[in-house]
Design a protein. Sequence first.
Length: 264
Amino acid sequence: MIEVKNISLQVAGKKDILKNVSINITPGQLTAVIGKNGAGKSTLLKTICGESRLSSGAIFIEGVHSSEFDSQNLAKRRAVVSQKSTLDFAFKVREVVSLGRAPHSGFFNSKNDDEIVTLCLQKVDMDTMSDRSYITLSGGEQQRVHMARALAQIWNAVEDNFPCYLFLDEPLASLDVANQHEILHLLKQLCKKNVGVFIVIHDLNLAAQYADYVHIMKKGTTFVEGTPVEVFTEETIHKAFDHPVRIVPHPKTNCPLIVAEAYT
């Protein structure tokens, strides 16, 4: 488990961007983080993953303080799909995914590494494009390539059913509706293999359908947290997003279905 305990982040000369946020990322569970633009969702993800230095609080990974965790071993058990990933060189799709194997084999992939790369490309339905130039792909296709890269990075732990973590910052933004559900279905399948998934997401209905636990942020701090049924209420969503909604049961899954009211 990754335990985030009362972390705060302050940029010099500015107010706190994060304020006393606590959250657990548990293997086998999909945790969705939602909130208005600027609520601190992406900052929270980046801070947990060590991209920013805390002003206060602590992060523990399997009971070990994050500052003491071996970086190479951590890279084999925690992968990140960023909101925007840019590559300026014409790498082939397969070469981009192979970067995920670097913590295991350096820059010289073995036959086993190549097999894992192929498998991960198949998982995101990009194996037929493995020889395409990455920069010729659409935004959604590029995002699926980075998903495959992240999977390749933690795949040894996945195969061994060993606790590992996947952090994703708005990975669905460039995907069509079919691919959104395919990726979320894949993430749920990974949870069954002892992966803890932490996903920043804007679509409330996708969060309601797929998340095991929802963390709603507002102004850099925790507004409310709990299961989708607990947090997706008309009053809570109205207060969190400053916009009225109606909540009805989903006609097929019976999870909350959020219907935003239109301006008139």
